[in-house]
Design a protein around this ligand. Structure first.
Ligand SMILES: Cc1cc2nc3c(=O)[nH]c(=O)nc-3n(C[C@H](O)[C@H](O)[C@H](O)COP(=O)(O)OP(=O)(O)OC[C@H]3O[C@@H](n4cnc5c(N)ncnc54)[C@H](O)[C@@H]3O)c2cc1C
Length: 381
């Protein structure tokens, strides 16, 4: 058995990385501040790149069994007119696989033994020591470890301590999410995103009769008016949008709606700091516009395991990982931010010009752009 590695955060990146390290023979311990199933009651879309990485981790089959796969996302106008299709042709992996976050976390956590994860362990501080790192938890616990992986998410405390000047960037819009669990059969199972002057609305089928939806609207940071919106205001805002958008909002109860302002992280220039490495949103949070945040977290796990295969020391492997990941994640963060700006145009005239341009651009051009997003680097030709 190789070194013990401490992983802070048991979200998608922490769990995927733990599986990847265990597959390489490392002993891991995950410290999670909440419970396992405190993950959000929402869906997540996994791109072909994430499914390929999950294949390598050995969890693809179960994800496919509990998910819903499709090869395209159709962009619509607010009246329901098709503007374009975003697809990526691959014989091996579906372009998009959507799954409930609870199901995904449960699938990943099945590969982790009970003694490999501790809950209610909130890391508040850490210090470098001659032998590695001392970890300090809110409950008074103190742990000595050789290596620490910071997978503590967007608001990473670890990143804040190492890179205090790096700030989160508000994207200029806010997001509501909901799941309708009992959709009637006549609701089409199609992944669509509707772009209009009153905001963007995404509909994503999950397994069974469930549809996951999200709505995005421009605003100021912590906008007091939008923060208090319930289904009533959302319904009013999207009442002129095509079916089944109003019906989906109507079928969601207020207490089941999640609401968050959207942020990303200004790109870091390094992910490794001696015996500490940052992964997932802690290292490279992107806006959700490309649907790649969790996918990149899963890619991190895959590339970390590839780096461990080729290097004879953990520190060298961490550096190799950083070399492989900095440029790729920077590009994803950038493209996601730009896509968000275009998709969030809310001036009605500019909106119709954008929609016209979208509808006349051949889908093959979008496909070419998406190919680099949905393909893992090793197999890109
Ligand atoms: C609206 C929205 C929609 C999105 N949709 C998609 C999508 O469809 N596809 C996609 O690929 N990505 C999507 N994302 C991005 C995706 O959710 C994130 O990139 C992903 O969850 C990051 O995983 P993570 O494990 O790095 O962080 P997190 O999921 O945030 O997990 C971090 C974990 O660390 C724990 N933690 C935090 N601090 C501490 C501490 N001090 N001590 C111990 N534990 C700690 C937390 O409790 C949490 O469990 C979306 C994001 C948003 C905001």
């Amino acid at each position: 058995m190789k070194n013990l590695i401490s992983i802070i955060g048991g979200g998608i990146s922490g769990l995927s990385t733990a599986i990847a390290l265990k597959n390489q023979g490392f002993k891991v311990k995950i410290y999670e501040k909440d419970d396992l199933f405190s993950s959000l009651d929402s869906g997540v879309v996994l791109g072909a790149n994430a499914i390929q990485a999950l294949t390598e981790l050995g969890v693809k089959e179960e994800v496919m069994k509990h998910g819903f796969s499709t090869d395209r996302c159709t962009i619509l106008s607010e009246t329901g007119k098709e503007l374009t299709e975003l697809y990526h042709h691959s014989n091996d992996y579906p372009t998009y696989t959507s799954i409930h976050r609870h199901d995904f976390i449960r699938i990943l956590s099945k590969h982790i033994q009970l003694d490999e994860i501790s809950f209610h362990e909130n890391l508040t501080d850490f210090m470098y020591s001659p032998d590695g790192i001392e970890l300090y938890f809110e409950n008074g616990k103190q742990v000595a470890t050789k290596y620490m992986i910071g997978s503590d998410g967007l608001h990473s405390n670890i990143r804040h301590q190492i890179e205090p000047m790096k700030k989160l960037r508000f994207a200029g819009y806010t997001c509501w999410r909901g799941i309708v669990h009992d959709c009637p059969d006549h609701f089409e199972k199609r992944f669509t995103e509707t772009w209009g002057a009153k905001g963007r609305f995404g509909i994503i089928p999950l397994s069974g009769n469930q549809l996951y939806w999200y709505a995005l609207k421009n605003c100021t940071r912590n906008d007091p008016e939008l923060s208090s919106w319930t289904t009533k205001e959302l319904l009013h805002n999207f009442s002129t949008y095509h079916d089944p958008i109003p019906q989906l909002i109507e079928r969601t109860s207020d207490q089941d709606i999640l609401h968050h302002d959207i942020y990303d992280l200004a790109p870091l220039t390094q992910f490794t700091y001696e015996h500490v490495i940052l992964i997932g949103d802690a290292a490279h949070a992107a806006t959700p516009d490309l649907g790649q945040g969790a996918c990149q977290a899963i890619e991190d796990a895959y590339y970390l395991s590839k780096s461990l295969e080729s290097e004879n020391s953990l520190q060298k492997a961490f550096k190799k990982f950083e070399e492989r990941r900095i440029a790729r994640t920077r590009k994803i963060t950038h493209h996601s931010r730009i896509l968000g700006k275009v998709a969030q145009i809310d001036n009605p005239i500019l909106c119709s010009i954008r929609n016209k341009m979208l509808s006349i651009t051949p889908s093959a051009i979008h496909e070419q752009k998406l190919r680099s997003v949905f393909t893992l680097e090793e197999i890109r030709r």
